[in-house]
Write a protein that binds this ligand. Sequence first.
Ligand code: FAD
Length: 455
Amino acid sequence: MLAAGFRISRLSIKMNQNIGHTSDSYAIFWHRRDLRMNDNTGLHHALLSGLKVIPLFIFDTDILSKIDDRGDARVEFIVKQLDQLRQAYQRYGGDLLLKIGKPVRVLDELQEQFNLKAIYTNTDYEPYARQRDQEVADMLKSKGVGFQSFKDQVIFEKDEILKSDGSPYTVFTPYMKKWKEKLLTTGIRRYPTENLMQAIIHARFDPSPSLADLGFYGLNLKFPDPKLDRRIIFNYEKNRDYPALDGTSRLGIHLRFGTLSIRFLVEEAERLSQLWLNELIWREFFMQILYHFPHTVYKAFKPAFDNIRWLNDEHLFEAWRRGQTGYPMVDAGLRELLSTGFMHNRVRMVVASFLCKHLLTDWRIGEAWFASQLLDFEQASNVGNWQWAAGSGCDAAPYFRVFNPSLQAERFDPQEKYIRKWIPELGTSDYPKPVVDHDFARKRAIEAYKKALSV
Ligand code: FAD
C-alpha cells in the first residue's frame, strides 16, 4: 500500500513564511544514489546557485512496484539512511523533503508549487535512470525550468576514458592504465557542502514514510558501517581471497547508494593499496561498458554465446539457490547470500561459474537471483561479472577454463572455517550428495560451449 505523496504541512508553511510565495527563488536538489550531504557534487553546485535549495528524495514507484520481495533489505537500508540524512539537514535548520510517486509527476507538481527555477541532481548511468531523467528533463524544459546533472558517483564517467580512436575500452588492463594516467593529470576535486548550508530553505517537512507506508517490512539486518577500515585495505592483497577472513572492505552497499564518496575512497586507495584501487576501477569499467553497450543486460557481449543450449533445469537451480548442491564452497556462498545479502567475491566467482558451467544454466537466471538478493547489487557490476563467469563478457576467462569448486575450497578455505560456518551439517547424512559429477559436468560444459561457438 503506497501512501499519497507528501505535502509540506500547513504548520511548516506558517513557520516558514518564505516558502512558495515570496520573492525567494527556489531550486531542488534531488538525491538518488547519493544519500549523503558531504562531498556531493550536485548539492555543492545547487547551494552555490544563488537559489534557496530544497533537498528532495523521491521513493520512485516505478522501481518499488517491480520489487516482488516485500522484505527487500535494500528498501530498509534506504529508509534508515534517509532518516540519518534528514537529521543531518535538520542540524543546519533545514530538512529533507520525501515524496512517493513517479518522479516526472512529483517534480511537475513541485515545480508548480514552488515556482522552481532549477532542479539539480547527480548523474545516474543505468538504462532505466537515463530514460527517466530524459523524461524529467523534457518535462522541465517545456516549463522553462533548468535541469542540471553532475558527475558524482564515479571518478571518470561514460566517455572520459576512451581509446585513441574514440571508441570505448572493452578490455580492463588498458582501461585501468589510462584511468590511472588521467587521474595523475586531473587530480581529485572534492565538493564540500558544510559551509554552504545557509542556502538551504529553513523548513520542517512532514514525517518520513515508514517501511509499511511503502508496502514493505523490515528484517532488521545489520548493515555494514559506512566506515573505511584502513587496516583491511592495507592488508587487502594478502587477505582478499580468503572468505573466512575479514579481508575486504564490505563497502559495496555504500558505493551503491552513495553513502560514501568515491572521491574519498579513491584518495585513500591511492595511499593504501593499488590493488584495491583496481577494484574501484573495475566498478567504473563495468559502468562504462553498460553505458556503451546497454543491450548486455539481456544479451551476451560476445553474440556467439547466445547460441549456447542451456539446460535451465528448475530443480537444479532451486538446489543452487538454496545452497543444497552438495558442493560445500558453492553452498556456503549461497547460504551466506540468503542470510546476509552479502557473498565474498571469490565465492561469487565459484558459484556463478558453477551455475553456468556445471549446471548449464543461463547466466541471466543467476544474475537475476543475485540482483534480488545482494545488498550491494549494482546492475553494471552484476551483469559484467556474470557475463565474465559465463565466458560471454568482455575480457572474460576462456570458456574451457572451468573452476573446480572442491579445489577452490581447498585453496581458499583450507581449514574449512568459512564452509563450516554456513554448513553446520557438513559430514553428516543431512548434507546432500553432489547434484552433478564434476568431471562429467566439466566435459559437458566444454562440449556445449564448443558447439555454440562453432555455429
Ligand atoms: P572490496 O573487495 O572491498 O572492493 C571494493 C569495491 O570495489 C566494491 O565494493 C565494489 O564497488 C568494487 N569492486 C570490487 N570488485 C569488483 C568487481 N569484480 N567488479 C566491479 N566492482 C568491483 N559487485 C557489486 O558491487 N555489485 C554487484 O551486483 C556485483 N555482482 C557480482 C556478481 C558476480 C557473479 C561476481 C563474481 C562479482 C560481483 N560483484 C559485484 C563484484 C564483487 O564481488 C563485489 O564488488 C565485492 O565482493 C563486494 O565486496 P566488498 O565491498 O568487500 O569489495
